[in-house]
Design a binder for this molecule. Sequence first.
Ligand code: FES
Length: 284
Amino acid sequence: MNRRDARTERRIAAAFGLGALGAAAFAAAYVIGDQTQLLGGALLLAFAGLATGLAIWALRLLPQGPYVEEREPMISPEPERRALAAEFERDQAALTRAFLPRQMLTLAVGALGVAVLFPVRSLLFRGPDPWRALGRTPWREGVRVVKGDGAPVRPGDVAPGGMLTVFPEGHTESSDAAAVLIRVDPARLALPSGRAGWTVGGLVAYSKLCTHAGCPVGLYVKSTQQLMCPCHQSLFDVPRGAVPVAGPAARPLPQLPLGVGPDGVLVARGGFTAPVGPGYWRKA
Ligand code: FES
């Protein structure tokens, strides 16, 4: 051992000695009493001594890299290489022989390419505008108001505070044409301007489709004169043009102008004031 190594060994021993001292101090501090700082300091000394000794040992006494591990050349034996080449040639021959599959593959890929063009066409040419489509219901001026069974509705069919689901005559299956007919106290009506003549003795009619997500608004709370949508509890103020007063709906229910025909049957005096159903069609 040369002098340098001997000196290194002494340093390592000193570091480990410090570590041992720290450990002993920790034990002593523990026995003496609850000196948390002393315990921590002793532990620090113990671990620092150990770490320093190990670091010096690793850096000064152990052999340093880099190390290169030699290995045998990795070449396959000649018979294996010949077998692989033969198999490859066999596969290639099989591929060039497969005339029908190749033709069919070309056909399938070509057909797929053409099929992809169809959805692209939908992107280029717009379909029917939902805003316009929903804006057109069978309600027109003079169309008679009927019940679900097709029977015509007369003003006296709805009692004060009552509600009836009605349809345009001949369209009782039309879901977007359904309307609710409600009789409110005429003195409490406060419809938007221009709609004063749209009621018949306190009868008002609104689209039955909720303007939030299209659920049927079928619950009428007589005490507050509000229509409630059962899906997300939107409330519409009936005397004030069915404006939403609570819940997620943001648009009033479209109103249907009413009148009375020559035979005493309720009739529409036009279509709904706005497209029926969810308000998001506004953005279409
Ligand atoms: S659908 Fe009517 S409140 Fe949501």
